[in-house]
Design a protein. Structure first.
Lengths: 374, 421
């Protein structure tokens, strides 16, 4: 068992150097599955003995991606295209790309046209209240499974799937536990450290990450609760990166006490449920249980309520919207939850998040002013 | 226009055009009257199966068509400002959506008002933004939203599970509409509506394909004028009459060797994407100056839905696979390449429509693949379906001038090859 400090240092290295992780797995003879955002069924690849790794772009200059995407494309998709075309992902066995928004539809087509790594595309059903949607997604997932089997030349058994489901659920529970502990340990879990813990989960086999999380949680539980006297905020959006962006929070005495970020807790807050005749049906039902996400259609809007709940639970007094530039699903939600926050007396601040190398001077000034009004 | 300028006599409006304009005016009037009688009326996404409401006798209007009309009449500015200002919608979003989300708050166009909807019909075969747009309408005004998820096809055919899922949703929506309106879904009527829609589809394709004639008997931009019939009323007999009239007018031109296109048609071009509604007249002016006629566009044909009347499963398949926005790139490229050849096009104009990401984000790759397949030159320009701010007259003109030169080269090469044969 490693101590807290060692583990926090480890997640920092992993989060900052996914390439080294990738090389480590390849050298060990592992097959890596690239996972585009969001909610792709990693668990199926895991059951095939692969290591699923998240693909959430990078801070990078866009050159080759311009051959495919106009300047107003989502920066995350631009970066993924750029890195794919540049050969950064060479060695990956395949990538899973869902078609969750308009840009996604096209990027799945661009990727298969321009990048040599095999693409496994599938669609999530949006009419999630109908039982027929579960059967549909189960079929889509079985297609994903067959494609993986075809690429690897192996069979994925139900037993292997069951085992991976257990691992993924255990991991998600630990992530939830960690998120719950954060508000009591804001002295060690700074916004940046919190992000490293979350981000590292995408680049490590979940079996290994479970051990990392157990140690971090034990280390935090062994410490007395810290009386944070600074301000507390909740983050919402797709990602809150890079590090220099989160550093501004720290510089202004702002603690991140909870998140509703695609790259972070949105992934972990819904378990694979127990109900279902087959294990694949259970995996499919997880999608129907996801909530408050702009990429998953709901009859009722719950994102505003969810943000207010997070604020109440963590004593946060403000919400920072980390708005991925050109992300239309996020942009449509904004006026709705922002109104709810306003009516509840919770101040919010919307900041643009980009993946082009950029300085965050403007964000710094605005966050400074925001910290003062909280 | 200054008093000194002399007005050019306008060409008299064709009978079919008078009919189609009247049909749309009648539809809005019908919706107002139905609402006044206490009936439930709906707002619908543009490629939602109209067959369902037409069978039930429920009046439905189409916000996309409505926003396009607002933009074409140059009335969009206050709505865009309201959406991006007090309503906090990002400038990045679809202008049809922004105009509509602002319009619903005031509904202040007496000549063109849509009544408040009692339900919303959303089909995402056109894009994902329409889902988010309708979600916001539904949430803000507490209006039931009936979602018909058409699920992007990542294979070159409609998988049986997709068909089953879409069919299940349609059955569910029919049941919910019956409950909401108290009307009964009659199978015989449904079959009849599907037959009428199929006849209209065939007539619409025929009208479009008459433009394979050289020279084209129509200024192709005029096809945009008839879209309201296919978008809003494709299950109605009035559309049959309009289409027949339009065809007879086109055939008359063919017979007489005339065309509504004024001037020499030096270049036959394909238009990719939605019309640039606020600037159609500028597009037309420049294209006419250079002798370009748009003879084909996939856009107007998106409403030519092909199914077997009486067969709900085939209806499900048609609605998920007809819109190119919902198909894989191979199908997208194949359809366009086929039409470029069939219509004997000299070039292809791509509208990089700032509002429509699903049409933009693979456009560069589509251009490469189509050109590799057909050799036909292309040009693209920056525009927007209904935001007048996203367009530059100078850019359009310069690009079209350069494009004309490219087409000259292409035509010369083609001619040489033919001479060598």
């Amino acid at each position: 068992m490693a101590n807290l400090e060692e583990r926090l240092n480890e997640v920092k290295l992993i989060a900052k150097g996914p390439k080294a992780q990738f090389k480590k797995y390849i050298a060990a003879g592992k097959k890596v599955m690239g996972c585009f955002p969001m909610y792709v069924p990693e668990v199926i690849a895991h059951a095939a003995g692969m290591v699923p790794m998240g693909m959430w772009g990078a801070q990078t200059e866009q050159k080759l991606s311009k051959l495919y995407l106009p300047a107003f494309a989502c920066p995350l998709m631009q970066s993924n295209m750029e890195l794919g075309l540049r050969g950064t992902y060479e060695g990956m066995t395949a990538v899973m790309i869902p078609t969750m928004c308009d840009t996604f539809r096209c990027v799945s087509q661009n990727w298969k046209s321009g990048v040599k790594i095999p693409t496994i595309s599938f669609s999530f059903p949006q009419n999630r209240k109908l039982e027929a949607s579960v059967e549909f997604l189960e079929t889509e997932y079985n297609y994903v499974k067959e494609r993986i089997e075809e690429i690897l030349g192996t069979k994925i058994t139900d037993e292997a799937l069951e085992k991976s489901v257990k691992i993924y659920n255990e991991h998600a529970k630990l992530m939830m536990k960690f998120a719950d502990l954060v508000p009591d340990h804001l002295d060690v879990i700074t916004p940046t450290v919190r992000h490293w813990v979350m981000k590292s989960a995408m680049f490590v086999d979940k079996t290994e990450h479970i051990e990392i999380m157990k140690d971090i949680i034990a280390g935090l539980e062994a410490r007395p609760a810290y009386n944070w006297t600074g301000k507390r905020v909740v983050l919402t959006g797709i990602t809150a990166e890079p590090e220099s962006f989160l550093q501004i929070f720290e510089d202004n005495g702002l603690a991140v006490v909870a998140d509703d970020l695609g790259q972070e807790m949105r992934q972990y807050r819904t378990l694979i449920p127990d109900e279902g005749k087959t294990v694949m049906e259970r995996i499919a039902r997880q999608w129907n249980k996801r909530f408050a996400c702009p990429l998953a259609h709901d009859e009722k809007f719950s994102r505003g309520d969810h943000l207010l709940d997070l604020c109440a639970k963590t004593k946060a007094t403000g919400v920072v919207v980390c708005l991925m530039k050109f992300c239309d699903p996020e942009e449509y939600d904004f006026p709705l939850y922002n109104k709810q926050l306003r009516e509840a007396g919770i101040p919010s601040l919307s900041l643009d998040v980009d993946q082009q190398p950029t300085n965050y001077d403007q964000a710094r000034t605005r966050l400074q002013a925001f910290a003062e009004i909280l | 226009m200054s008093e000194q300028q002399v007005k050019k006599p306008r060409r008299p409006m064709s009978k079919s055009l008078i009919m189609v304009r009247q049909q749309l005016a009648d539809l809005y009037k019908e919706a107002q009257e139905a609402k006044a009688r206490g009936e439930k009326i709906g707002w619908s996404a543009s490629i939602f199966p109209q067959e369902l409401c037409e069978t039930l006798g429920i009046v439905v209007v189409y916000p996309e068509n409505h926003s396009a009309g607002i933009a074409a009449r140059h009335q969009a500015e206050p709505y865009l400002q309201r959406a991006e200002g007090e309503q906090e919608y990002n400038n990045d979003l679809c202008s049809y959506a922004k105009i509509n989300l602002a319009y619903i708050e005031s509904r202040d166009l007496p000549e063109h008002n849509m009544p408040m909807p009692d339900f919303l019909l959303c089909a995402n075969n056109i894009c994902n933004q329409v889902t988010k747009w309708y979600e916001n309408l539904s949430r803000k005004y507490d209006i039931p939203l009936f979602m018909l998820d058409m699920s992007f096809n990542h294979q070159n055919f409609v998988t049986p599970s997709r068909e089953k899922y879409i069919r299940a949703q349609m059955d569910d929506i029919i049941e919910q509409l019956e409950k909401l309106t108290g009307k009964k879904f009659d199978q015989d009527r449904f079959r009849e509506i599907m037959e009428i829609s199929t006849e209209n589809k065939d007539l619409w394709i025929k009208a479009n394909e008459l433009l394979t004639n050289i020279p084209a008997p129509l200024n192709g931009f005029e096809l945009f004028n008839y879209m309201s019939a296919m978008v809003c009323c494709r299950g109605r007999r009035s559309t049959t009459e309009i289409m027949k009239q339009l065809i007879s007018e086109i055939e008359e031109h063919i017979k007489n060797g005339t065309s509504t296109y004024q001037g020499e048609q030096k270049y036959r071009v394909y238009w990719e994407g939605i019309a640039c509604w606020p600037h159609v007249s500028h597009n037309l002016k420049i294209m006419r100056k250079l002798g370009m006629n748009m003879v084909v566009t996939a856009y107007v044909r998106a409403w030519a839905l092909d199914y077997i009347p009486g067969d709900l499963d085939s209806l499900a398949r048609a609605y998920t696979f007809n819109a190119s926005n919902n198909t894989p790139i191979e199908t997208f490229v194949e359809r366009r390449s086929r039409d470029l050849i069939k219509f004997n096009c000299d070039g292809m104009i791509y509208h990089l429509n700032r509002s429509c990401k699903v049409m933009d984000m693979q456009q560069a790759e589509v251009q490469r693949q189509i050109q590799a397949k057909t050799g036909v030159p292309f040009v693209s320009f920056d525009g927007d379906q209904s935001d007048f701010r996203n367009y530059s007259e100078a850019q359009f003109e310069t690009r079209m001038e350069a494009f004309a030169e490219l087409m000259d080269e292409f035509k010369a090469t083609k001619k040489n090859k033919e001479a060598q044969k």
